[in-house]
Write a protein that binds this ligand. Structure first.
Ligand code: CAO
Length: 420
């Protein structure tokens, strides 16, 4: 026969006026014996108070923020237990929770009557920790929305929903679990202006992010002595200026890169979809990073191995102008084997370019400068070009990368090698 029973706060040791930080039940809920009713927090630990009976909650006498002590009325329950087993008039017997210590922390009560959590890194009650653990969620990764950043049941559920909603292969799917970026109110610190990212910035940003986090990058640096190359380039430049063709160092670099790709075919390759095979390409289509007002674009120059420096300089001028005029088509940006990102026209001594997947390497070029180079016992002024080759370490070893970069520098230092 059903019986009305009071549930009181059990023995919580010497603590008095302890805060109620979570209430897990409401009037009308049907609960089982051992279900957590509420969580209390002292200055040292959080404690769950489980129900001593099964039944239906008829009255709730506590809410979050209340201060309670041993014997405080929590709720009134219509119990389905037999009256003989649990006399309603005996509060001491009513509030006899079963121990369930969760953390390696001394229980707050002298008798092991409550489940206790030390708090750890995440601020969460033992019940929420248990809930998270049952679902395989690392509570330290869950962002708490409760008071003082406390993790609630809703937070754990939201964490799972978000994880399930992630596409396969996205950060979570790769086992990369990072903290959410905190939301800043910049206006609190001074005047601001908010501008939307361009479509190109959004697309290239997402690709760069994926490549940065999924490819193990290493960058190899070197310098090429381009004193002779530069003399020849200036001579050519003067000859072709009448035809409005601008011959920049980049045209030479395109040819030098192809020579290096031919000597080191692994750099002209991609991993297949399963990551089990290397696909070696026998064509030489080179992407060139172009800085446009709307963001970064990488149009592709095709069959660079079959073209001369003047033709490449002409195509480079045309395709970078089309990129800046937003006239690039889908086919202009497809089929690339390797990318060159040249910041030489702007400045800088070195940088670490991000690989343009599915390629496995990229060349970054910085601004050349005159440097004293020790040759045959004397320092001589030479024009040195900084090279930065980032490579996918799954495919390319460090020694191979060093050989590739040294060879590239050799070719640029003596462009007669391009004829070999
Ligand atoms: N060292 C010294 N001078 C260099 C140089 C180098 N490595 N590379 C180019 N220059 C000079 C050129 O000779 C030219 O000089 P003049 O004006 O005296 O003739 C000047 O710098 C400007 O060159 P440019 O930039 O117009 O031409 P380019 O062929 O070198 O580059 C392009 C073309 C499209 C690659 C370039 O304009 C560009 O957009 N670069 C930015 C690429 C980028 O953003 N990369 C970052 C990607 S990762 O975020």
């Amino acid at each position: 026969m059903a019986e009305i029973k009071q549930v009181l706060v059990p023995d919580i040791g010497d603590y008095k006026g302890v805060s109620v930080i979570e209430v897990m039940v409401k009037v009308g809920d049907t609960i089982n014996e051992e279900d957590t009713l509420l969580t209390l927090e002292t200055d040292k630990a959080a404690m769950d108070v489980p129900s001593p009976f099964a039944g239906v909650v008829k009255e709730l006498h506590v809410e979050i923020g209340d201060k309670v002590s041993q014997g405080s009325l929590i709720l009134v329950l219509e119990s389905s237990d037999s009256p003989a087993a649990q006399p309603a008039a005996a509060p001491a017997a009513i509030a006899t929770p079963v121990p369930a210590v969760q953390a390696a922390q001394p229980a707050a009560a002298p008798a092991p009557t409550l489940s206790v959590s030390s708090g750890g890194q995440a601020h969460a009650s033992p019940a929420i920790r248990r809930f998270a653990r049952e679902l395989g969620v690392d509570i330290a990764l869950v962002k708490g929305s409760g008071e003082k950043g406390r993790v609630t049941k809703d937070d754990v559920q939201l964490f799972i929903k978000t994880a399930l909603a992630q596409p396969r292969g996205a950060a979570g799917g790769n086992g990369l679990q990072v903290l959410d970026m905190p939301v800043f109110d910049f206006a609190k610190f001074g005047a601001i202006e908010t501008k939307p990212l361009s479509r190109i910035q959004k697309i290239s940003g997402a690709n760069l992010h994926r490549n940065w986090v999924t490819i193990p990058h290493v960058t190899q640096f070197d310098e090429a002595d381009i004193t002779d190359m530069e003399a020849f380039r200036k001579q050519l430049g003067a000859e072709y200026a009448k035809q409005n063709i601008k011959i920049t160092p980049l045209a030479f670099m395109l040819k030098a890169v192809v020579a290096a790709l031919q000597k080191f075919p692994k750099f002209n390759a991609s991993l297949d979809a399963g990551g089990e095979n290397l696909v070696l390409k026998q064509y030489f289509h080179i992407g060139v990073a172009v800085d446009t007002p709307d963001g970064l674009m990488v149009p592709v120059l095709r069959d660079v191995d079959k073209k001369g420096i003047v033709q490449l300089a002409t195509e480079l001028g045309e395709i970078s102008a089309r990129a800046r005029d937003k006239k690039i088509t889908a086919s202009d940006i497809q089929g690339d084997c390797f990318t060159i990102s040249s910041l030489g026209g702007i400045g800088g001594t070195a940088f670490t370019p991000i690989i343009n997947a599915p390629e496995v390497a990229i060349l970054g070029v910085s601004r050349s400068s005159m440097k004293p180079v020790y040759q045959d016992g004397v320092f001589v002024p030479r024009l040195m070009l900084p090279l930065s080759v980032s490579y996918d370490h799954r495919v390319i070893d460090g020694a191979a990368a060093a050989r590739f970069t040294v060879y590239l520098a050799q070719v640029l230092s003596d462009i007669r090698r391009l004829a070999l």
